[in-house]
Design a protein around this ligand. Structure first.
Ligand code: RAM
Length: 921
């Protein structure tokens, strides 16, 4: 004490101490690295979103650090209304205070009501299990969108050309406007009936395509928000926007058009904050001018006709002479159905250069881009004024090597470009996309190479989260095909196919594939948006349309295995991202669908209605019991039960005790009714198909004592088909899971590596670069299946991807602490694979599992992200297991070590682990 007193009496020492204290604080504030930290702050699944309309947005962050067992024990969030405030001593708008919790994802903002168009800056600090705190994270931001329809000052405008109907030239809209002070920041809010492309001072606004995206337009239309600060200048500015038919009034399924209306319209509101603190708003209104531009026609199915001679040079720049343009009409469409864009925008991704330029036996000049992709071709070519270049798009060449488009049905997928003449002209389409690998070129004989013509993949901007690979190149190609099937069919909505005259949000396909999708990419926002449309388009009586957004007749609803997307998709989003709010958001829709089935069933059996059944299952006749057709009533009953189960699970999570009880009773009745109607006392199921057994087993429809024998029957059925699968859209996703669960892992692997039809690798052996709609899109004799329905880019059968991640590599979330908060890592080697590995970027960070067979040894590397725990299950253990060379029983970071049969189990926290042991085959 005396010593300290003396110390403080010394002025010099006092100063030094002060300096040290300051230094410590400054270093901490600057983010001095400690052995753990926090970063990757996201809000509503987005990094620094500039427009959200969720009133209590959810925040996620990742803990970082290489040490094992990193666990969050507490956090503090601070939210400011000005960025600078984080570094001053200014009080935050909201501070959570120190919250003792290990929750680091989906943490709802819980401060004062958030204001329209206001930016919020936030940071977080976390504490670990040693009680150490991280430094404050870097400051991230979110910004609210327009929260009140009355804040839309802009007016809907439209052109007034007589020929402005579906398929007519695209209208352009323009306006010059003046800013008389330097701009601090400016946001542009924009949407349309139809699709739009906007330009400010000659520069494209944003890099999104097909905006405002496809939603249930009668109920919800998205608007986009762009930070256009850097595109504006002091003084005069110009804005120009082009509109295309898009989904709004363009041709769709069955040659229908004008689904949502006959007139296209535009709504634009620019809000500027000047450096001097004043504000200005510029809006679409009756003073805008309109003209028809070079896009002669555009259609998703048919392509685009573009006459470059009609280009209006400089039309979106200041000073353009628009005297000849017409005045727009103001229209009175409503604005209270406008919502901020929730999912990811469609963007341009991979670029492909010509792999080969070939001449077909029929004499066509065709470019092979080497990948069946969805997007378009961009070229830089010269031509004579008035000459037309035509591009045709196809997925495949036929047996003789000729360009094949019959499977596109009526979709033309054609680009016609009329040259303006002179120097090289650069063009890429605007309001259309094609599904293709091959492009036939007509009207141009010059050189076609990587400098003159390329292809771009265009799809919803979902970050890739997963990778999967093995020692078998064919399986790697299968994984590649699954991922490309996902890219091509996630173009704003989950479609069945991207090329023929269909391209709709088929619900059955979506539910079959969605769990796989959650592994390959971050699809939380994508499905979150689509599920809102599902609920919006769901009928009052709970019936779910076949396609979402719906464009079919009102009778096209309530098919089993399709409508169940209402329960299955939200459930899978919940599993992958721990997203309880999606269950909350979708609960009425889920319940509505189950109640619909209740009302349409008799004595707890649902067997009425129109169903697609086990769509596109194997249809051979080479096995005694004929084709692998499963009774549709039987299928309906299993999905009825499954949806009910998911509703019960959701009710439990949301604390809806009464519902949980009520639907649990219902579920018992559904299972008894199933057993009475479709199962003999010895466990034989009415349809002896693989799908019948798979569904009954996967959804626990059979009494416990009959399950194993049913699984053995399933195996015998597969044997009878010479070890081939025969399942369709509904049975396929669960086939290998059921085999694995009931001790037939070897058979699951045999199906996976089977190369003959029907199998997953049969298309791969036939050169597929995406997943096919049918097991035999190209038949064994080399001819094509029925062109009426033969897509070569249809993701449903890609549902095996989920089994590859969860069983082959063994990365699973626990179902109680979902979103990979707790996980089960349970790799299962099999077949002739010597290695397999998968990585998954979860909301907590990277999980990875890699195994390798080295002689008699199995080596397994596992990475568990911070703030999570894992139960590890090592299979086929003979003898001692070593972790980093040490007997597992001596490693302090491994807990609850026990051996069950020949599986070695243990629990771990975050970190990297390396196991090695003798593997018994
Ligand atoms: C076809 C497609 C689609 C399927 C429906 C039932 O249009 O194959 O994938 O869901 O039929």
């Amino acid at each position: 004490m005396i010593y300290i007193k003396t110390l403080f009496r010394n002025r010099y020492l006092k100063g030094l101490l002060f300096l040290i204290i300051v230094q410590v604080f400054v270093l901490r504030a600057q983010g001095e690295p400690t052995n753990f930290g926090v970063d990757h702050l996201i809000c509503e699944y987005k990094m620094n979103p500039i427009s959200i309309d969720v009133l209590k947005p959810r925040l996620c962050w990742k803990l970082t650090g290489a040490k094992r067992n990193i666990r969050q024990t507490a956090y503090e969030i601070q939210v400011f209304t000005e960025k600078e405030s984080a570094n001053t001593l200014k009080a935050p708008l909201w501070s959570s205070g120190k919250i003792f919790s290990d929750q680091s994802v989906q943490v709802p903002y819980n401060g004062p009501a958030l204001k329209s168009k206001q930016a919020y800056f936030w940071r977080v600090m976390v504490w670990n299990s040693e009680g150490e705190s991280s430094t404050w994270s870097k400051v991230n931001c979110w910004r609210m969108g327009i929260l009140n329809a009355r804040e839309w000052k802009a007016k809907w405008i439209q052109s007034n050309f007589k020929n402005d109907t579906t398929g007519s030239p695209s209208s352009q809209f323009r306006k010059d406007f003046k800013l008389n002070r330097p701009v601090k920041e400016a946001y542009l809010y924009i949407t349309s009936h139809g699709v739009y492309e906007g330009w400010l001072n000659g520069e494209r606004i944003g890099n999104d395509y097909f905006t405002p995206g496809w939603t249930s337009y009668n109920n919800r239309i998205q608007y986009q928000t762009y930070d256009v600060t850097s595109q504006l200048k002091n003084g005069l500015n110009a804005i120009g926007v082009t509109l295309g038919d898009g989904w709004y009034r363009g041709y769709t399924y069955d040659k229908k058009k004008d689904i949502y209306g006959k007139e296209l319209a535009l709504l634009v509101q620019l809000e500027v904050e000047y450096k001097d603190g004043t504000r200005g708003t510029f809006i679409s209104d009756g003073t805008w001018k309109t003209s028809q531009g070079p896009i002669h026609s555009s259609s998703f199915f048919d392509g685009e006709v573009y006459d470059a001679r009609m280009e209006k040079i400089g039309w979106s720049t200041v000073g353009y002479n628009d005297k000849a343009w017409k005045q727009v009409l103001v229209n009175s469409s409503i604005k209270d159905n406008l919502v901020s864009m929730a999912g990811p925008p469609v963007r341009k991704h991979e670029k492909f250069v010509p792999l080969k330029v070939l001449t077909t036996p029929q004499g066509d000049r065709v470019i092979d881009f080497g990948q069946n992709l969805v997007g378009w071709v961009k070229f830089k070519l010269a031509g004579k004024s008035g000459d037309t270049l035509k591009l045709y798009h196809a997925e495949v060449l036929d047996q003789k090597g000729n360009f094949y488009t019959q499977n596109l049905r009526s979709a033309k997928q054609e680009i016609s470009y009329v040259f303006k003449g002179g120097a090289e002209e650069t063009y890429e389409p605007h309001f259309t996309f094609q599904g293709f690998r091959y492009v036939k070129v007509k009207g141009y004989t010059g050189v076609l190479d990587s400098t003159s013509i390329v292809a771009y993949a265009i799809y919803s901007d979902m970050p890739q989260t997963g990778t999967f690979s093995t020692s078998n190149p064919l399986i790697n190609q299968l994984q590649h095909n699954i991922v490309w099937g996902q890219k091509g069919n996630f173009v704003d909505v989950p479609t069945d196919c991207p090329q023929r005259d269909e391209r709709m949000g088929w619900t059955g396909d979506a539910q079959a594939f969605c769990r796989t999708a959650t592994f390959n990419m971050d699809v939380a926002g994508f499905y979150g948006k689509w599920l809102k449309d599902l609920a919006a388009d769901q009928h009052k009586d709970g019936a779910v349309p076949y396609v979402i957004p719906t464009v079919q007749d009102s009778s096209a609803v309530a098919a089993t295995g399709w409508a169940d997307a209402a329960t299955i998709v939200p459930w899978n989003v919940y599993l992958a991202y721990g997203d309880k709010r999606i269950l909350e958001q979708q609960y009425p829709s889920m319940k509505g669908w189950v109640d619909y089935m209740v009302r349409h069933s008799k004595d707890y059996l649902w067997s009425t209605g129109t169903h697609f059944g086990d769509w596109l299952s194997y249809a051979g006749t080479d096995y005694e019991d004929g084709a692998a057709v499963t009774d549709k009533g039987l299928i309906a009953q299993t999905f009825f039960a499954h949806s009910t189960q998911l509703l019960i699970n959701s009710a439990e999570i949301l604390g809806k005790v009464e519902d949980e009880r009520k639907y649990s009773i219902l579920l018992n009745h559904l299972k008894s009714a199933f057993q009475k109607e479709y199962v003999t006392p010895s466990g034989r199921i009415a349809s002896g198909t693989q799908t019948a057994y798979v569904l009954a087993l996967n959804f626990d429809m059979l009494p416990e004592e009959l399950r194993q024998s049913a699984a053995d029957r399933l195996r015998r059925n597969i044997d009878n088909y010479d070890e081939h699968l025969t399942t369709g859209f509904l049975g396929t996703p669960y086939l290998n899971h059921v085999l694995t669960r009931f001790g037939h892992l070897d058979m699951a692997y045999r199906l996976l590596i089977k190369e003959t039809y029907p199998s997953w690798l049969y298309p791969v052996k036939n050169g597929a670069t995406t997943i096919w709609e049918r097991w035999d899109g190209i038949k064994v004799d080399g001819s094509f299946e029925d062109p009426g329905m033969n897509s070569f880019n249809h993701y449903a059968y890609g549902a095996i991807g989920d089994w590859m991640y969860r069983v082959v590599a063994g990365i699973n979330t626990s179902e109680t602490a979902t979103g990979f908060k707790e996980m089960v890592i349970s790799p299962k080697p099999g077949a002739n694979l010597t290695t397999a590995q998968a990585e998954l970027e979860t909301l907590y960070g990277k999980v990875s599992s890699k195994w390798m067979i080295d002689g008699k040894k199995l080596k397994i590397d596992i990475v568990i992200p911070p703030n999570t725990t894992a139960k590890i299950e090592l299979p086929n253990v003979a003898g001692k297991v070593l972790e980093n060379g040490n007997d597992i029983y001596s490693v302090k970071d491994l807990h609850e070590i026990k051996k069950v049969g020949d599986t070695q189990q243990m629990s771990v926290g975050s970190g990297n682990y390396h196991f090695e042991y003798t593997f018994h085959f």
